[in-house]
Design a protein around this ligand. Structure first.
Ligand code: 3AM
Length: 198
């Protein structure tokens, strides 16, 4: 377990981490994208931190942490292992470039809903926006919009190998010190619980 920060709160989110072999494939697919026009103006997410977010809990006070973890543990064990693969590109407007997630999407969406419900029962301030499975590859810098369409098109033909999701992971997000240009949050795995139904 990670130590609790000085202020007694940690930024936490539930996620899935694709296996290394899949991340290596994705890394190869993304490499040529980074040479396309405009790609150097984006902030590319570092491969070691690549993840599929299930639910973002925000700043979690120390006293709620073990209850949240207990709820996530119990949620995870209600699900069977299920297959996913990465495929195709997409974007959120002109700000976020992502690779899509295919396979047992209904199970994935239900698991994300259960992770969000765990947070809500601890009265953590989760946003109500619809869940859209994705793995974020790059973000526009600051307020500058980016034309992400050519990058999305370049990912059209990408399909990664399927893998079996066997655990729900709790990640900690450490924000960069303010004022450091281009620096990104760092993610740290703090816990993982097996999917154990079936
Ligand atoms: O890596 P992705 O894009 O899946 O966008 C943030 C990132 O997701 C998301 O949580 C992940 C780790 O930071 N996130 C950050 N703030 C958020 C918020 N207030 C948020 N998701 C929902 N509400």
């Amino acid at each position: 377990m990670a130590s609790v920060g000085q202020t007694g709160v940690v930024r936490l989110f539930a996620a899935l981490q694709p296996p290394d072999a899949v991340l290596t494939q994705l890394r190869s697919a993304v490499r040529p994208l980074r040479t396309l026009p405009g790609a150097d103006r984006l902030r590319w997410t570092p491969p070691p931190g690549w993840h599929i977010t299930l639910a973002f809990f925000g700043e979690v006070p120390e006293e709620k942490r073990s209850a949240l973890e207990g709820r996530l543990f119990r949620a995870a064990r209600r699900y069977p292992a299920f297959p996913l693969h990465l495929a195709g590109g997409g974007r959120f407007g002109d700000r976020v470039l992502w690779v899509g997630v295919q396979g047992a999407r209904r199970t994935l969406v239900r698991l994300a809903g259960s992770a969000a419900a765990a947070g809500r029962r601890e009265h953590l301030g989760l946003e109500e926006r619809a869940y859209h499975p994705h793995l974020t590859l790059a973000r526009a810098r600051g307020r500058t919009p980016a034309d992400l369409r050519p990058l999305v098109t370049a990912l059209d033909d990408f399909t990664g190998d399927p893998w079996q999701v066997t655990e729900l992971v709790l990640l900690r997000s450490r924000l960069p010190a303010s004022g450091v240009p281009g620096e990104q949050p760092r993610y740290e795995r703090v816990a993982a619980w097996p999917l154990a139904a079936g």
